[in-house]
Design a protein around this ligand. Structure first.
Ligand SMILES: [Zn+2]
Length: 128
């Protein structure tokens, strides 16, 4: 399951990269100790259904059964993080972000959602 996030203060189309902050997605097992995906060929393949999954961390050999699934965040523009940091200071109590289900968030809350994701990507095109 994935969730898209948008700036709420814009009249632009929601899929516009200037409005679409990005998408949080499930990204498989992740070893926090090593900072390693258990996807055999690396983080760039975590969203490929055909990618092979390891039974254990390739570095410390901890079983994948001991890990929870990690999330990734794909930003439409890396600059959104800087914008959110500025808004967290300038308008800390304003809910300026909405997810695709209509839930509202402040800039700080949005930054926490991104920070909770183990992998950060950037899409080079419009996406949803
Ligand atoms: Zn490990």
């Amino acid at each position: 399951m994935s969730t898209n996030y948008y700036f709420t203060n814009s009249a632009e189309e929601r899929d516009d990269p200037k409005v679409h902050i990005g998408k949080r997605s499930a990204a498989g097992a992740w070893c926090d100790r090593c900072g390693s995906t258990l996807t055999r060929d690396g983080t760039q393949y975590v969203h490929k259904s055909s990618s092979r999954q390891l039974d254990a961390c390739p570095i410390c050999y901890t079983s994948r059964d001991d890990f929870k699934a990690a999330c990734s965040f794909t930003l439409s523009m890396m600059a959104h993080v800087d914008t959110l940091k500025e808004l967290a200071v300038l308008a800390p109590d304003v809910t300026i972000v909405a997810d695709e289900y209509g839930r509202l968030f402040t800039a700080s809350q949005m930054l926490e959602i991104i920070d909770d994701c183990k992998m950060i990507f950037q899409s080079g095109s419009w996406f949803s």
